[in-house]
Design a protein. Structure first.
Length: 104
C-alpha cells in the first residue's frame, strides 16, 4: 500500500478553502451553512417542546388522579352513614314537614 504525502492533504484543504470562499461559491456556502444551522436549531427547539409537552402531560395526569381521589373522599364524606354521624356529633335532626319549602 502506497503512503500518501503529507503535503497532499494540506493541498486539498487549501483547495477546499479557496473553493468555499470563492466569490462565485460563497453565496451557496453561506446559504448551505445557514440552512444547516437553522435545521439544527429547529430540531433542538422541537425536542425542547416535546420535553415540555411531556412534562405538561404528566402534570395533567397527576391532577386527574388527584381529582379522582378528592371526588372519592367527598363521596365518602357525603355518604348517609357519615352524614348521620355528623348529625349526632353536632346535635342536628331531620327537618319537620313545616320546615321544608318546595319552590315550584
Amino acid at each position: 500500500m502506497a503512503l500518501r504525502k503529507k503535503g497532499s492533504k494540506l493541498k486539498f484543504n487549501n483547495r477546499l478553502i479557496e473553493f468555499l470562499f470563492n466569490p462565485k461559491a460563497l453565496p451557496f456556502t453561506l446559504t448551505f451553512t445557514t440552512l444547516a444551522v437553522l435545521f439544527v436549531a429547529f430540531r433542538m427547539k422541537g425536542i425542547e417542546q416535546a420535553y415540555s409537552l411531556n412534562n405538561l402531560n404528566q402534570q395533567i395526569d397527576r391532577a386527574v388522579i388527584n381529582n379522582k381521589e378528592l371526588k372519592a373522599q367527598r363521596a365518602r364524606e357525603m355518604s348517609v352513614p357519615k352524614l348521620r354521624e355528623y348529625a349526632v356529633k353536632y346535635g342536628l335532626k331531620e327537618p319537620g314537614p313545616e320546615q321544608i319549602i318546595l319552590i315550584p
